[in-house]
Design a protein around this ligand. Structure first.
Ligand SMILES: Cc1cc2nc3c(=O)[nH]c(=O)nc-3n(C[C@H](O)[C@H](O)[C@H](O)COP(=O)(O)OP(=O)(O)OC[C@H]3O[C@@H](n4cnc5c(N)ncnc54)[C@H](O)[C@@H]3O)c2cc1C
Length: 508
């Protein structure tokens, strides 16, 4: 069983742990240090190694620990940000360029699977978008026009493989799906077979720049390289990109169905937030995988509620026999709907990142591998400008950005002043967490099932927002930029670099 950054077990974790092979000397000056062992890091490291670069990949935990181990792995040539909006904000040529990037990424994944014989349950499937009311039907019409204008096939049809009622339904052929951690492990084996080095349990802390060379301090000593790529889902430290994206949490459940009537397709309604469906066979068992009930990170007091809502939605339409898995995971959305892939603003020219993939990171992570490997090997990429992290926001997206930030400020103030009082400590039940105000400080408390008490300072070590408890995944999550911490304060997700400060409680 592989590890993940949450307490719930995802369908993809029942996979044998990856055993990194070689032990190349870490005295080597590598061409590229790739930080992070999710789809972005592994795809990028493999692409660079294929192009003759000598790469090391450092993962703080184990491969697939981040969102790539908690994804649902729909592989699409359309995105959460519909093509009509990309066309409106970035121009029709860029909408077509985005469609080309997606098509090339799907081909690149297929090539990896076939060249390296990666057994990961990959298949091509059609996708169906269903509008369940008049407003959604209007949105579907805009999406359909924009998608076709971008050069992607999308057509209205009259039947659906999903037992979900609709007003209108459209099909997009040629989408894909796979078992994500099996794919990641396949990429890792391919990378090693080409001479790449993988270091697990190797968090990268700081990058020190010595001329052209980077000396990275890590859990396993100094790693030297000429380039660094933060494939950490969100780059660490405080950076411009943190103020141009917002963290969200999405919920997933895997069901067995009584009828055995599993739709062999990908499906999406157009609700806000939307629900997404697909089927995957894992260890000989078919599962209906449904996701949705998204909310901004730390903006849901009761993280059981989204699971209940999702389950109720699925039970309305499908003959559920059992819920076998349920988990949630985090993603980042950018202010203008497109990801940030390229040189990391405010850093030397040899530091890169890829982030803000929304719910499309399987494809964007693969696109990032192409863009970053081209930028590192040639300095150019056809996609450089489109995904430039330092790009100026399109004016139309500004309203969106302001409301994202307003929510952050609100929760910051509320978190500081709405903390609970000291009697809360005495009544804290096993499995429960509380934010308690004591004298002039606040304490984040959690008592586990063995009645062990964990107490930490709830001030996020990134930019001092107040963390909130995520009961479903047993973590302290920051509403501002998505840093997440274990009950004892260990960093689970960046951008924070430092753990939450421990608090000592006496007289217990
Ligand atoms: C519930 C859910 C469903 C989704 N479904 C889909 C889908 O169907 N299709 C799709 O395309 N996308 C989907 N996405 C989005 C997609 O899963 C993500 O965008 C993608 O997995 C991100 O991959 P990544 O490699 O960039 O980041 P991650 O997978 O998070 O990997 C980053 C890695 O970096 C490591 N790391 C962090 N800091 C350090 C450090 N300092 N040193 C060393 N290592 C470090 C972490 O431990 C982690 O393993 C979904 C997202 C969610 C939340």
């Amino acid at each position: 069983m592989i590890a993940r950054d949450g307490a719930n077990t995802s369908l993809w974790q029942d996979t044998a742990a990856f055993q990194p092979g070689q032990q190349v000397s870490t005295d080597t000056v590598f061409d590229v240090l790739v930080v992070g062992g999710g789809i972005t890091g592994l795809s990028t490291a493999l692409a660079l190694q294929q192009q003759g670069k000598k790469c090391v990949l450092a993962e703080a935990w184990t491969l697939g620990f981040g969102t790539s181990g908690g994804t649902t792995a729909h592989l699409n040539n359309f995105f959460d940000e519909p093509y009509y909006r990309v066309s409106k904000h970035f121009g029709p040529d860029n909408a077509r360029l985005l469609a080309t990037a997606a098509k090339e990424a799907l081909t690149a994944m297929e090539r990896n699977i076939s060249d390296y014989q990666i057994s990961c349950g990959y298949s091509r499937r059609p996708a169906y978008l269903f509008a369940t009311d008049a407003a959604q039907a209007e949105e579907l019409e805009r999406m359909s026009e924009g998608t076709q204008d971008a050069g992607v096939d999308m057509a209205y049809i009259n039947e659906s493989p999903f037992p979900i009622p609709y007003q209108r339904i459209a099909q997009l052929p040629g989408q894909g799906q796979f078992h994500p951690t099996q794919y990641l492990h396949g990429l890792a084996r391919a990378f090693e077979s080409l001479g790449g080095l993988i270091l697990e349990q190797c968090a990268v802390h700081e990058l020190e720049h010595r001329g052209q060379q980077i000396n990275a301090s890590t859990d396993r000593g100094i790693l030297k390289a000429l380039y660094a790529v933060y494939a950490t889902h969100i780059p660490p430290g405080v950076n411009l990109v943190h103020f141009r994206c917002a963290p969200y949490r999405s919920y997933v459940m895997a069901f067995r169905l009584r009828s055995g009537n599993y739709p062999q397709a990908l499906g999406y309604d157009l609700a806000d937030p939307y629900h997404y469906y697909r089927t995957q066979e894992v260890n000989g068992q078919q599962y209906l995988i449904a996701g949705g009930a998204d909310h901004k990170t730390a903006h849901e007091d009761n993280t059981e509620r989204p699971f209940r809502e999702l389950e109720a939605c699925v039970r309305q339409y499908f003959d559920v026999a059992s819920v076998d898995y349920r988990w949630s995971s985090q993603y980042y959305e950018s202010v203008d709907g497109l990801p940030f892939i390229g040189q990391l603003p405010g850093n030397p020219a040899n530091v890169f990142t890829a982030t803000a993939f929304g719910g499309n990171g399987m494809i964007y992570g693969t696109i990032a591998a192409r863009v970053l490997s081209e930028l590192i090997t040639t300095g150019e990429s056809a996609y450089k400008t489109l995904f430039e992290p330092a790009r100026i926001k399109p004016a139309a997206a500004f309203h969106n950005f302001v409301s994202e930030n307003a929510a952050v400020i609100k929760s910051f103030v509320a978190g500081k002043f709405a903390a609970e009082s000291i009697p809360g400590l005495a009544s804290l039940a096993a499995g429960e967490a509380k934010l308690v105000r004591m004298e002039h400080s606040r304490i984040a408390l959690f008592k586990d099932e063995a009645h062990r008490l964990y107490a930490v300072n709830p001030t996020c070590t990134h930019v001092q927002c107040t963390v909130a408890w995520n009961q479903a995944e047993r973590s302290w999550d920051c509403p501002c930029h998505g840093a997440r911490f274990s009950p004892e304060g260990k960093v689970l997700n960046g951008p924070a670099r430092k753990p939450l400060e421990p608090v000592q409680i006496t007289g217990l």
